[in-house]
Write a protein that binds this ligand. Structure first.
Ligand SMILES: [Zn+2]
Length: 242
């Protein structure tokens, strides 16, 4: 009998079989996780096993997500969309009023015109993600600028295909990827610090990573989450912040 259980941040399909050892498989295209386990193995042992393989599972999911044939989002009810690292089920509602988004514990409700196209829906959700990022970033800059000892003259959010953030050192201007809204908050924080550190050091050299160690000792964990955490659909953003 199959059942789906939540282990850490993963929804795992558990299949009991008359086998001797556990096996975990990650399936394309969306990175569905399935564990085949011996019939009488305790649930707790399965849980521990999956948690011990979590990084490996995330790596595979990220690889599938980054593939060009990853399914594109349809923006229809039932689809999974990510916000701040958490999956939400999308519910699309018809409205004659202004298009908007309302988030609840489990759902992201998308209110759009009945005749809205996929592009219209994508735009409404993107605007919502953008608004949330723009709300968070000033506080993050205010917190991190004194720690890093560098100030950004300007910042913005935009859709980027291959990067999580960029820093124009001459203009002291930072751009952050819209995709960061889908990632855990620590990821956004990591990219903000990363770009601020570029105001001291242009290159990803020993000095750069040394400064990262100094200002944000746990940066590796956030960087790993950035690469590993699924967002349903990736825009193909690369592993580095820029
Ligand atoms: Zn960089």
């Amino acid at each position: 009998m199959n059942k789906t259980v939540q282990i850490g941040d993963l929804a795992v399909e558990v299949v009991r079989k008359s086998i001797r050892t556990m096996r975990v498989t990650v399936y394309p295209p969306v990175g569905r996780v399935r564990v085949a386990a011996p019939l009488r193995l305790p649930d707790e042992t399965i849980r521990e096993f999956v948690l011990s393989r979590q990084a490996w599972i995330h790596r595979h999911q990220a690889r599938f997500a980054a593939q060009p044939h990853a399914p594109t989002l349809a923006y229809c009810s039932g689809e999974t969309h990510y916000y701040q690292g958490r999956p939400y089920q999308l519910r699309v509602h018809a409205t004659t009023g202004r298009p908007c988004v309302k988030q609840t514990e489990e759902y992201i409700h998308l209110f759009v015109r009945e005749d809205s196209t996929l592009t219209d829906r994508a735009k409404v959700l993107a605007a919502w993600y953008r608004a949330h990022l723009k709300e968070q970033i000033p506080a993050l800059l205010a917190h991190w600028e004194p720690i890093v000892g560098a100030r950004a003259e300007a910042w913005g959010v935009k859709q980027m295909k291959t990067r999580w953030g960029t820093c124009n050192i001459q203009a002291r201007r930072i751009w952050l990827s819209l995709e960061l809204a889908k990632k855990p908050v620590g990821c956004l924080e990591y990219v903000v610090v990363h770009e601020l550190v570029h105001l001291h050091e242009r290159l990803h050299n020993a000095r750069f990573w040394g400064l990262m160690d100094q200002f944000m000792p746990d940066w590796r964990q956030h960087k790993a989450a950035l690469q590993a955490h699924p967002t349903g659909q990736e825009s193909g953003a690369g592993p580095d912040a820029d």
